[in-house]
Design a protein around this ligand. Sequence first.
Ligand code: SIN
Length: 498
Amino acid sequence: MSTETKNDAGVFGLADSTLVKFQGVIGGRWRDAADGAVIEVHNPATREFLGTVPEMGLDETKEAIAAAREAFKTWSKRTAYQRAAAVRRMYELMREHKEDLARLITLENGKTIAEASGEIAYSASFMEWYAAEAVRTYGIHIPAAAPTSRNVVIKQPVGVVSIFTPWNFPSAMLTRKLGAALAAGCTTIIKPPPETPFSALALAEIAERAGIPPGVVNMVTTQKNVLPVGREMCESPVVKKVTFTGSTPVAKLLANMAASTLKKISLEAGGNAPFIVFDDANMDEAVDAAIACKFRSSGQTCVCANRIYVHSSVYAEFAARLSQRVAAFKVGNGLDPETTHGPLIHERAIQKVRAHVEDAIARGGQLLVGGEIEEGTNFFPPTVIADVPADALMHREETFGPLAALMKFETEDEVVGLANDSATGLAGYIFSRDVGRVWRVAERLEVGMVGTNTGLISQPCIPFGGVKESGFGREGGPHGIDEYMNEKVIVFGGLGTA
Ligand code: SIN
């Protein structure tokens, strides 16, 4: 069947249906794949067909890279004020269309409309942040060793950037990279995820409406051809930077490919966040935070609590209160305002959470809530399991789903040891009223980000990123834009002496 007969923007129910794009964009032209191949996108809540996007390949990727190279010649020469204005305009347009953009996220990702609206606010805030950062890419003057010399350091955009984004935050994980790249003066080739391409394509449309010139934002949609496309995006000598958010195995693959030309890279890979509740924690705050942190987007975030350690003296109370709250969740279609938690993205995600639940129970974990899955759907019941032993699968792997696994601990040293016993280190959380302990444990945790007495840390103004196998590079914060710039030193000699 041709895409003309299958695709219907009306299915999305947006106020502005022209935000729904069924094509990729290369050099300012909305395009199908050269061979007409398509990827089908489905609503995870209903498994219904939403529409198709092109299954692009190596040729389109090469064209996109060439378009980005051409556009870099002029985009990089715009003043920082001009780039700031364009990025700011994207922010304004995102705010203007926030209901439509949120609806797109719910339809293709499944998260509730409240969560999707929160994501659009978060996503737009990256454009706002980077619009302001564009004009603050200061250089420095460094006193020279020789009296007849002067040294200055300037910052310049790295060039063409390859951007790989995940499905769990279809909008925010893109603006976090794109905002920085555009503000710095870079041009881009974006590979959005095949599960949620429509949110990304809507942002490409918004970039166009904001007056960002053709070729600055190129989008290549692909699924089956991901290997040749990804390889070209990493290995092409024209590309000067690769940025990725997703799983640790894929991060390693891309890092290897990008190594062939020694590109600058930033990788935000998987997490396995410890969430530690000490005996003096405020129990209301700790339970609220565990709900927010663990079950945000139905547990499909890299920073969500994966291992919940609770001091033995408050363990029973915490487990009971958490279970009572989780049992009251309403799982369903994210468009229904009654729904508190949406589906998982696909069958593979369901199977992974199921494997972690079954493994934890087989090793002696006590099922307190949930566990039973509704076959033939993407809904996984929010689940709480107590006494999950340290050798359980979910201690070593990120669950990426609505499973809260509880473990008891006795001492600070013991829990820090357990928390750090992980190959990855993205986020960690501490609940205690003892400022000395909070400070000590925050310093000892092997992670890139610590939330103390809060389960929600994400903001554009902080350096987001991890250590160990969670990757490297930071997004947002005072230095986030530097990931897209090179420092150049200029030494002025032969000044003579006065
Ligand atoms: C992620 O899951 O990768 C990002 C979550 C966030 O920015 O809060």
